[in-house]
Ligand binder design. Structure first.
Ligand SMILES: *Cc1c(COP(=O)(O)O)cnc(C)c1O
Length: 338
């Protein structure tokens, strides 16, 4: 995989650390030697204004924007979007303007949700923001903002929600290569990679990268919003497009895409006690901060599946996709006011 062909612009702190999770491994040990040996890939440490998985995607997306002579990044997300924060930071870093459209997806009126956490940082980073109702056609809304920007003489570049198109997903094909080479250097055999999956670019990029390399490491996506069939189709389609960019579309097969969407709870961005318990467990077992919307939900799934014996005897890598700034947007929930 020759990523230099796609004009990435380099600003992420890479490679991210790849470390064991001794505390959680011990807590999830089952009688008779069962339970997983857990490792963590620290993509919360990508270095861009709090970091997270959108940074790798933005290396390719901002590279493409600059190659197209754009001066304004436009994107969208939920109010506590980590993708929006990282896009706002990338825009600032490269002297571009940033136009954000928030979709009030969770319907929350809480002050912390609407003013603290990622939102506070977006404003600090200089993004201009506007908010539209849940269910708005966001693709169309972004096209309208792009037209506005062009009308006033700007040169817009539209980044889809989550940075999840094939260009953005290249960042996770590259992460797959980085992770496999770290494991090879350590002589560590990985049985499974577990990641949160939302707008699909992360899982799709991993699947595409692993398939193109021929690494044969299964990826389990834990869904945060959509039902299984919808999520798997989304990931598969994007994985095929990403592998096509890399010249090997035929290497991605449908069976490589697995999402477990049984841990979504009440919906996107809505947390429950099991998410809070998962966040708390790993914070106290290994000093790792997860986020309420994605990694906390994925950890809720990972813990439940481990307890059910799903990973017995496996070496499992949890991809930490970031998001801890979002904790401050959920202060009341975390304080037990659910
Ligand atoms: C966006 C995000 C995800 C999901 O990644 P997708 O590529 O959208 O599936 C996971 N974790 C965090 C913290 C995120 O911000």
């Amino acid at each position: 995989m020759h990523f230099a062909r796609y004009n990435p612009i380099r600003f992420a702190h890479l490679p991210t650390p790849f470390e064991p999770l001794p505390g959680l491994t011990e807590r999830l040990a089952r009688p008779g030697g069962g339970g997983p040996a857990l490792w963590i890939k620290r993509d919360d440490c990508t270095g861009l204004a709090g970091g997270g998985n959108k940074t790798r995607k933005l290396e390719f997306l901002v590279g493409d924007a600059l190659a197209n002579d754009a001066d304004t990044l436009i994107t969208q997300g939920a109010v506590q979007s980590n993708h929006v924060r990282q896009t706002a930071a990338a825009a600032a870093r490269f002297g571009m303007a940033c136009e954000i459209i928030f979709e009030s997806r969770t319907g929350s009126n809480a002050v912390d949700y609407n003013r603290s956490g990622n939102v506070l940082l977006d404003e600090l980073l200089g993004a201009s923001t506007r908010t539209v109702a849940a269910g708005t056609d966001m693709t169309r809304a972004m096209a309208e903002v792009a037209a506005e920007v062009a009308e006033r003489g700007g040169r817009p570049y539209v980044i889809p929600g989550g940075g999840s198109n094939s260009i953005g997903a290249l960042g996770y094909a590259e992460c797959a290569m980085e992770l496999v080479s770290q494991a090879n250097e350590m002589g560590l055999e990985i049985d499974r990679i577990v990641t949160a999956t939302g707008s699909a670019g992360t899982q799709a990029g991993l699947v595409a990268g692993l398939a193109v390399m021929g690494a044969d490491i299964p990826v389990l996506g834990i869904g945060v919003n959509a039902p299984k069939d919808v999520q798997e189709t989304r990931v598969y389609d994007l994985a095929v497009q990403t592998a096509a960019l890399l010249g090997h579309q035929d290497r991605v097969t449908r069976d490589m895409v697995v999402a477990d969407c049984g841990y979504v709870g009440a919906g996107y961005g809505l947390i429950d006690q099991a998410v809070i318990d998962a966040l708390t467990t790993i914070a106290r077992s290994d000093g790792i901060l997860l986020d309420p919307v994605y990694t906390g939900k994925a950890m809720k799934g990972l813990i439940a599946l481990s307890q059910a014996g799903e990973f017995d005897g496996e070496t499992v890598v949890f991809l930490h996709t970031g998001g801890a700034p979002g904790l401050f947007g959920y202060q009341s929930e975390l304080e037990g006011k659910l």
